[in-house]
Design a protein around this ligand. Sequence first.
Ligand SMILES: [Zn+2]
Length: 487
Amino acid sequence: MGIPVGSAEFLYKALDKIIEDLTSQFDKLKDLRDSQTQLLFVRQCMDATITHLCRGLLPSQSAVLTQAYSTLQRRALCSIAGVQSITDLQFDLARCPIDKGGLGLLNADTVAHGAFVASTLATLPHIYTTLPEAKSELTAFLATGTQPTSITLREFISSAAILAEADKTITLQALLELPASKHKHLQRRLNKKFKDNHVSSTITKIQNHPDHQFWRKVQSGATAEAGAWLEAVPDGEGMDMPNTNFSNAVRNRLHIPHPYILAGMTCNCSSLQQVDQHGIHLQMCRHENKWLICHEHVVADIRSMAQAANLTAQPNNVRVSPDPRVNKRGDLNIIESGHKNIVIDVQITNTCSDPNLERRPGAAAKQSETRKNTKYASSVKQLGAEFYAFSVEVQGRYGEQALKLFNYLAQQLSSATSTRAHVARKYWARRIACTIQNKVAEAQRFKADRIRTTEFSIAFDSKTHMCQQIETHANGRVGDSNTTYWD
Ligand SMILES: [Zn+2]
């Protein structure tokens, strides 16, 4: 989309046309019917378009545009999440960076001034050529505060003042004295404070939110590894997230209630627990759940990663103690010549499980890591190996040891294949994150279906009870045994 230049009337017509085009692009996005691709498209393409437009429009003009854009973006997000509406706070969170717990979407409200000031500064030499009085007018403004005649310069001054309000280190004088070589990343630098303010005010609101699980959940997803699934591009090899899973994962991340969990739904586990609409109980319930599957898939991913690094990785039956009476086995044994064997035990842990858990990011992963180490670290050492607890929270945050092991494997992979370590890290973080979010989503939905089936069969049973004796399905085993534990 080109940037319109001309009379006010022409400009407003042109803006209308831009908004119309954006609307039809967002409409076309819906036709993709794949929420994983849709979100990638909004973040990578649409967000860049709006930034580009803001560079060439006066902030007084682009305000209409950024507002319209935010509305379209929010509507697209609802469609991606599979819901009718989201709250302002959820939308604000979506517009926070991925490593802060958001979806990394652009906050259009924060780009206009920085984009305009940066592009005006870059074109100042040309402005001085075509408008020779511009230079003296800016100098006069700095000396006496007299406003220039040109509207572009007046808006440039007012935008610079707005930027200075957010970031005290920015002054008009300093901007004008900036050498051209510093113009390159100026826009990002100018907007940084705006963005930071947006993030910190959003996180503070979530921290003070009456629903305490909200903050816990956001923190549990607020690392680069945790949110890596959001950057995964479907490749047919572990990076794909089917539509329902992806929408489910977006809802979990933004703490949006799941439409398939009806209010007042009671679980079919013995606790007769009310099922919260955020799916936290569905994630944690031990009755008829699919947790073991999530665990196994994460183990498989770590194994593949080790194998990609040319290491021998043996699953199953990994001894964690020299004592033959100890039945417990680790998940994976990694063998590298010239190095101690590494015994790995994977746990998927939930940050919302224990209301008394310390209110600190990563507390759940830390707790399970400590517990595992107390149990196994010394006996594994007696076997001459090294123990690593790979604790990862449901929203994807790694524990310290998990991160250390992950980085170690990425490093090994890098030296074995001459792939750069950060590329290896990105790739495997995405694979593991997709696995976790896919399996969490599947487990949640599976469990919800089981409850519905049970409800149905109980209703059915009570109706037909007088005519025939029917075994209820309430304790039916489906897939896994009901002793699937968190670890
Ligand atoms: Zn339950």
